[in-house]
Design a binder for this molecule. Structure first.
Ligand code: ZN
Length: 483
């Protein structure tokens, strides 16, 4: 094969081509048309562009590999388009300006789109180099970043007959990803019975400066949840026999983020304020003992506010706190074969009070579809017990770790041959497009790989060019050994 230097020039050429075609999710026609032309220019004759602008291309085996099993090489064509504050950038029309600094490629004040331009470029370059391979199917999907709807809308016939699927959308050269989690958006909602205020005092209780973070990547890091910590505080106040009503409760930013802050308006009697404060002090003391070394910066604030005219009824107040306390947040169980991988987790992500309802998002993830279904069938029971209504979105499929993969060892061997290093095998507790493929064909052997990308989904996004060259070499070596 050609030298690394030459491979990197080929990578640059592909990135220059992509950079001319802005490609935020849901606006992929231009890049999809470009990729169809690019594949045809590389001599691929069987190229399909479907209604979702996904591309499916069939590449016949090279000589001597006709009997090899069918392998899918896959990446996504959309990207997260962001710019530095003040930089005029229209993701629908502006070109991405590439900046190369030695081995690092980034963009001028915008995201780069190495996620997943690096995957697309690697696949195109393998075709260009004419490496040995069995029958290949190239699949470039759309809208990976906002809902994986490209993968979900792909005609299943393109997945059914594949024996191997190599997804090129990971972020670390030295890691093979071998599994991902399924998830489901759920909402608990209650209509508020507003009542005239019967108390003479009101405070806003805030839990804030919790660590927060991604609910897939960091759910097993032993953190607290600011919304649940607030509910537990309110429960402790009730257990002290202090009479109060809620008038509002809010917190969190997204279903898939562990909330770092939450606040509630608590309407009470002024005579009880000392008892409330001392209860909060004991809640905090216990909290800091439980979360020592993790949530040491978490804070509680109590601030007097104007007494609102209306409050939740006593039942609304109690049932909301009960439900927020009994729904488990964090990991339920860890994977028993892979260390540090959660198998089932859930997170109360956001809570909001509007005119007549209080609603919150509960977002479970699981490494196996049955595991998730088992939890989901119980959630309406919690709602029923507390007088809430329950809504559930579409269940996103998991890609369950395959303990007897033949593809992963082939890639591991190829990686060691090319780099002299050993690759790490990991599975993630977040969602990947591979979940959709596994759902359609659980006998397919799937791995996910990628080069060293940094700060993806931000205007600081960058990629190490030599890691793309290495990835191309390892892929070529792997394909040569799939017979
Ligand atoms: Zn990606």
């Amino acid at each position: 094969m050609v030298q690394d230097k030459e491979l990197i020039e080929l990578v640059m050429e592909e990135f220059k081509g992509f950079a001319k075609h802005p490609r935020p999710s849901h606006h992929e026609k231009a890049i999809s048309d470009y990729l169809v032309n690019r594949l045809q220019a590389l001599g691929v004759t069987e190229v399909v562009q479907d209604e979702a602008y996904n591309i499916i291309a069939e590449v016949p085996a090279t000589t001597g590999y006709e009997k090899a099993p069918l392998t899918i090489l896959q990446g996504h064509m959309d990207m997260v388009c962001v710019a530095k504050p003040g930089y005029p950038f229209d993701p629908l029309t502006s070109e991405i300006k590439l900046i190369r600094e030695g081995n690092i490629l980034r963009a001028d004040r915008t995201s780069l789109g190495a996620d997943d331009g690096a995957g697309l470029a690697s696949i195109l370059i393998l075709l260009k180099l004419g490496v040995d391979h069995g029958p290949l199917r190239i699949i470039f999907t759309t809208d990976e970043e906002t809902g994986m709807t490209g993968a979900a809308r792909l005609n299943p016939k393109y997945i059914y007959d594949a024996q191997n699927i190599i997804n090129c959308d990971s972020e670390n050269l030295d890691v093979i990803c071998t599994g991902s989690a399924g998830s489901c958006h759920t909402h608990f909602t209650r209509h508020i019975q507003w009542e005239n205020t019967i108390h003479d005092y009101a405070v806003c209780i805030k839990t804030h400066e919790f660590i927060g973070g991604h609910s897939g990547e960091t759910i097993s890091h032993g953190k607290s949840n600011a919304i649940q910590a607030l509910a537990e505080t309110l429960l402790a106040i009730r257990k002290k026999g202090i009479d109060y009503r809620l008038a509002a409760i809010d917190g969190g930013d997204a279903a898939n983020a562990i909330p770092a802050n939450s606040s509630a308006v608590v309407v009470c009697n002024k005579k009880d304020i000392d008892a409330i404060n001392s209860t909060i002090t004991s809640v905090k003391e216990a909290f800091y003992r439980i979360y020592k070394g993790i949530e040491d910066k978490a804070k509680w604030d109590v601030e007097e506010v104007a007494v609102p005219v209306h409050t939740f009824s006593l039942k609304d107040t109690e049932m909301l706190i009960n439900l927020l306390c009994i729904l488990h947040c964090g990991t339920f169980v860890m994977n028993q074969s892979l260390p540090r991988l959660p198998e089932l987790s859930s997170n109360i992500g956001t809570i909001k009070t509007t005119d007549d309802i209080v609603t919150f998002e509960y977002f479970p993830r699981a490494g196996a579809d049955d595991r998730l279904s088992n939890l989901l069938q119980k959630l309406p029971l919690f709602a029923e017990l507390t007088g809430f209504s329950y809504e559930q979105g579409k269940q996103e499929p998991a890609w369950t770790v395959n303990a007897v993969s033949r593809l992963a060892p082939l890639y591991e061997k190829a990686f060691e041959k090319v780099t002299g290093r050993k690759v790490r095998k990991e599975a993630v507790h977040g969602g990947l497009e591979t979940g959709h493929f596994y759902h359609l064909n659980s006998s397919a052997d799937i791995i996910s790989i990628g080069p060293n990308t940094h700060d993806i989904h931000s205007a600081d996004e960058s990629v190490e060019l030599d890691s793309i060259a290495t990835m191309i070499r390892v892929l070529a070596e792997t394909l040569a050994n799939i017979r």
